[in-house]
Design a protein around this ligand. Structure first.
Ligand SMILES: Cc1cc2nc3c(=O)[nH]c(=O)nc-3n(C[C@H](O)[C@H](O)[C@H](O)COP(=O)(O)OP(=O)(O)OC[C@H]3O[C@@H](n4cnc5c(N)ncnc54)[C@H](O)[C@@H]3O)c2cc1C
Ligand code: FES
Length: 263
């Protein structure tokens, strides 16, 4: 039996800066996770931290990481060929089976786009399994836009609406928070829609509220929670809210459950 706490080495295949502080690391990895799951990533002597999957491919997975502290600074100091150590995948991802056949509204704020990106790519790669998709993306400023190449490709296949909180010289697009994109959305017939909302807590709160005001029911909305985690296995209680362990019961929740997960 394999030890679930035992990290496995993963070689860095490629490093791609996305913004000044966010970088995508491509890691050699053979067993594909489900979109929305996460891994605990460790570096000897520096520690361990949870990260979502921003890309899944043949023999690799991507993680898009923001440099904020000890572990992430250690990862940013690595080069292709170096190793990080992974245990996982953990948690419940996005329910692709339940999303199938539906029209998707994907609303992602900032780095919240990272865990949702594999869902978008799956839906675009299998258009016959879904009834279309609207992609709403909000970033702080044009410099904070992640996955520019991928977004350009998505725009060839689906409506992609982008807004930034703060304009910058030369930005031709929309300025405002992501909820301002919702009134323009055609949500008919309502029962055909499923929404996925991931981003900072305030963005998720107001986006979910705006979607429910537009008539979506709680069971049509899915969110993903980033909580402080340690074991990732439902043992330590770091991630517990009420009776739920975000690491094993989530991080993806249907809003019928998520609406009660208040600290
Ligand atoms: C399920 C899950 C998925 C995640 N996916 C990603 C991802 O795809 N990309 C990514 O960049 N980050 C992700 N995170 C957050 C990431 O785990 C933290 O940024 C990381 O633990 C920071 O480690 P550090 O040692 O570099 O920073 P530390 O030195 O531990 O902390 C630096 C700063 O970041 C803050 N911080 C640390 N952890 C969190 C957290 N969980 N939420 C909010 N603030 C935090 C601290 O308060 C401190 O201000 C995810 C977290 C969870 C729980
Ligand atoms: S992280 Fe330990 S119980 Fe969830």
């Amino acid at each position: 039996m394999t030890n679930p706490y035992q990290p496995q080495p993963a070689a860095i295949l490629d490093i791609r800066p996305e913004t000044a502080i966010d970088t995508t690391f491509r890691l050699a990895w053979d067993t594909p996770p489900s979109p929305g799951q996460f891994y605990e990533v460790s570096l000897p002597r520096l520690g361990e931290a949870p990260f979502s999957i921003s890309g899944i491919g043949d023999g690799y997975l991507d993680m898009t990481i923001r440099k904020v502290g000890r572990v992430t600074e250690g990862i940013f100091a690595l080069q292709p060929g170096d190793h990080v150590y992974l245990r996982g995948p953990y948690g419940h991802g996005f329910p692709l089976e339940q999303l199938a056949g539906k029209r998707l509204v994907i609303a992602a704020g900032g780095t919240g786009l990272a865990p949702v990106k594999p869902v978008i790519q799956y839906a675009l790669a299998h258009p016959e399994r879904f009834n279309g998709m609207e992609i709403l993306l909000g970033f702080r400023s044009p410099e904070d836009i992640l996955f520019r190449e991928e977004i350009a490709a998505w725009q060839q296949q689906a409506p992609v609406h982008i807004t930034v909180d703060r304009a910058a010289p030369g930005w031709p697009g929309k300025v405002g928070v992501i909820t301002e994109l919702l009134p323009g959305l055609d949500l008919a017939p309502l029962d055909q829609f499923q929404a996925v909302v991931v981003g900072p807590p305030l963005m998720m709160k107001f986006t979910v509220r705006a979607l429910t005001e537009r008539g979506l029911c709680d069971d049509q909305i899915w969110v993903s929670y980033e909580r402080r985690m340690s074991c990732g296995l439902g043992k330590c209680g770091h991630c517990k809210i009420n009776e739920k362990y975000v690491c094993v019961d989530g991080p993806v929740f249907n809003f019928t459950e998520a609406r009660w997960l208040i600290d």
